[in-house]
Design a protein around this ligand. Sequence first.
Ligand code: F6R
Length: 353
Amino acid sequence: GKSGYDHFMLKEIHEQPRALRQCLRGRVEEQTASVDIGDLADLAPTGVQFVACGTSYHAAMYGAQLFRDAGVPAQAFLASEYATSPPPVGNSLVVGISQSGETADTLSALREAESRGARTLTLTNTVGSTMDRECDHTLYIRSGPEIGVAASKTFAGQLTALNLFSMATAERNSTRRDVVPELRKLPGNVQKILDSSSAEAVADYYEDAESYFFIGRGYQYPVALEGALKLKEISYEHAEGFAAGELKHGPLALVDENTPVFAMAVGDDEKARKTLGNIKEVEARDAPVVAVTDGRNDAERYADHVLEIPETHPRAAAVLGNVQLQLVSYHIADQLGRSIDKPRNLAKSVTVE
Ligand code: F6R
């Protein structure tokens, strides 16, 4: 049942602390900053191609960035396009990310890669799924069953498991020492957001907007895309996600006082400063700005509303910022009376190409 929540989606958003604890259980050791994912650590790929659809594709973009940051060439592909125009695989490991493990487009891409001699791995939530059975290797995200059609806790699980995977196979000690403690704090930090989020008030304020933009840079870019996808799916409102730096190359033409812009503003480094510049660009066009921020940059000065997240590593901030965006989408859809757990035209598991 829904355990007292109005929708499975809200229940599953609230299950994230537990899902993340399960994902991390027995896999990270804080004292030594070590990561244990068993034999998978031996994979040590010299290249990674991620294939996935929808929300899982956003996780794939994040995963590819993790590997690139560790010096390993990596790319994310939409599974339907990968199968249509497969890139050379070389020695790459091909990783299919799929909550269900049954998505037809992702399965086709994996089969295509396998037929070209690639080793395959699936990152999935579903033990015994077709991908679990067909791929050479599996890394489970351990999120528990997800009933709502819109993916919520499984996206958090995917991002977290991708950190484990990149740390165990590609990353240096120094990175692990920075990241492992922040992963350990994730369940508690997600809980803090769930306990104190002002997302419902923000949703109330903007529920009449015509169009919603989401921007982010680096690890926050896939989160911006995910924020927009979630809002479209469950509220049927128009929403778009962009790389923050890409706004001025076209989409800025659409921005006006009726286009709330949700901006992921995390950290105080060069990336954060650039994103702040992008926030000023939209603010100058009178767009309402909702900053999802850890308070370490000046974003709140230019924002009409702020959704706070605890200070952490940018990779963990992606998980936290996404929780705020999930809540905004949920409450907008709820206020509009949408069928949140079963949006029109959509299915939980898409088994046709
Ligand atoms: C979004 C959503 C879909 C799925 C996509 C892939 O909320 O649920 O975009 O992410 O259909 O599904 P899986 O991960 O099962 O392969």
